[in-house]
Each structure stands twice: as C-alpha cells, then as structure tokens.
Write a new protein. Structure first.
Length: 292
C-alpha cells in the first residue's frame, strides 16, 4: 500500500516565500511544489535567490517535492534550443532545492495536428529526457490542455514510447477537456510518479475542491494505493481563487462554487477537502503519511 505525502502549490496562498511557508505550516504540510515566488518562476531565480529560498524552506521545516516548472509549455513550432537552456536552468534549480523531480509538459500542439507532430514531440522529449537523466533528474509529464498529452490516448503513447518519462496524473485537467479520469489514471499508472489534486465539473467548466467534482479522485487514490508500496506525493493545486500567476499558467476562466475572500482561505479549504476525502476513504494521518 502507498504512503501518501501531501505537497502543494503554495504560490496560490501567497506570493512571497514567507507567506507560502506560513500556509504550508498552518495546514501541516511538509512539502512544496515551487512554481512562482514573488511572481517570478522559480526556475528563473538567480543562484543567490535560490539559496535564500532554500534557507527559508529549511528553516520552516519544508522540503521540495518537485519543481513546478513550465518546461515543454510552448508551441511545437518554436525552436527547441532556447527551451533547452531553460531546462538546464530547471535542472540546476532542482539540484539547488534538493529534489530530483521536475514537472513538465509535451508542447502546445493543435489538436488537429497530433499525428503530424507526434514524431517531433517524441524527438524533442527524447533530447530533454537524456539531458535530465545525465543529471540524475526525472522529468514528470503532466496532462494539460492544448498540449500533445492532453487526452489519455496520447498520454499512453508518450509513456509507451518514452520509458524514462514519469507521469503526473491531474484529474481536473482531464475533466476540463471532457476525458474520462478513470482512463487517465489507468494509462498513467505504469509510469506514475505523483498526483496533482484538484477536481472539476466539465459542463460548468469549473474547478472545485477534491471530491466535489467528476475527477473520481477517491477512485484514483485507491488505484494508486493498490499499485505501489512507495511514498507518493499528492500535490494540492487549489485553483479555487484567482491568484497572481494564474493567467500565465492557465487560459481557462476560473469558476467555482465557493466564494473566498482571500487566497489563504481558498488554499486552506482545498487542503481540508483533500484531507477529508482521504479520511472518508479510510486513510489515517500518521506523521507525514496518510496510510490505510
């Protein structure tokens, strides 16, 4: 059985590293998936800034689960070379923040050109995977809107073709595009590394707390639990309230069923929704782990 560890995109609680650490501590979360700090992508921070971030995290008792990078989130028609420089920077960032995981994507591809662009996608990812592997880093692919790996069929193709590519399962991203999340987790499990936790309702195009939507999160967690005995990160990505970096990472209009006055409120609500779902499914919190 799996040992589930909570992590989170704490930039949805606050811009500064101090506010992010406070939100994590307040909710009893010991890991973060850093994406933006002070409204700037963490992979684009200077070495001195990364040292300060690392020091603050260590002082706050917070470790890094994975780097929430934007690598691979660009058009397949753009030149590759500049983005390989960004990948080098992301790898350096991962080393400085003591993680061997980097979240990434499979390039924006017009959905009517998937077959045409497939080989280019695989070739580019192969180059990136080779770079990361040489540095002891695992690249983890997130299913995201408008990229090659948006739907389960293409995600399955990615993992079958590229055995070094690890999988992130994001149920809300699947539902926002009308995909069956049960199929999504099934094709991801052979390459599964960790899960992003947010839920969604397709017809409303709404992001909702875990368990309130159609993402079948409890079912997915159960499948993961039966699939592995390893420690597994459940990385909470609330998306329940507009935050400063939202427009740069997601083109969907943010809709929800709940109204929150502050980012802290929405972040805390998302965390408690997941914890409540896990407890309802028979998981017990034992130190940093949720286990059955």
């Amino acid at each position: 059985m799996a040992k589930f560890i909570l992590s989170a995109f704490a930039d949805e609680a606050g811009d500064t590293i101090e506010k992010q650490i406070a939100a994590l501590q307040r909710n009893g979360i010991g890991y973060v998936e850093p994406r933006a700090i002070d409204k700037k992508g963490v992979i684009f921070k200077t070495d001195e800034q990364l040292k300060e971030i690392r020091r603050a995290l260590l002082d706050g008792g917070i470790r890094v689960s994975s780097i929430g990078s934007p690598i691979g989130k660009y058009s397949i028609d753009e030149p590759l070379a500049p983005h390989l420089e960004d990948l080098k920077r992301a790898i350096h960032c991962a080393h400085m923040l003591d993680t061997d995981l980097i979240r990434m994507f499979s390039f924006f591809v017009p959905q009517d050109r998937l077959a045409e662009c497939r080989n280019e996608v695989m070739d580019r990812l192969s180059v990136m995977l080779e770079m990361a592997k040489a540095e002891g880093i695992t690249l983890c692919h997130e299913n995201e809107s408008k990229i090659y790996g948006q739907m389960p069929k293409e995600v399955a193709d990615l993992f079958k073709t590229l055995p070094d590519l690890a999988g992130i399962f994001d149920p809300a991203n699947y539902r926002m595009n009308g995909a069956d999340t049960a199929e999504g987790i099934d094709v991801t499990l052979p390459s599964f590394k960790y899960m992003h936790v947010k839920d969604a309702i397709y017809e409303e195009q709404a992001i909702v707390p875990a368990g309130e939507g159609e993402g079948k999160i409890a079912e997915a967690v159960d499948k993961i639990n039966r699939h592995t005995d390893n420690a597994v990160f459940l990385s909470i990505e609330p998306h329940l309230r507009v935050f400063s970096a939202y427009a740069s990472i997601d083109e969907h209009e943010l809709k929800g069923r709940h109204v929150f006055k502050t980012s802290d409120e929405s972040f805390d609500f998302a965390v408690q929704a997941l914890k409540g779902l896990l407890r309802a499914e028979g998981y017990t919190e034992n130190g940093p782990f949720f286990t059955k």
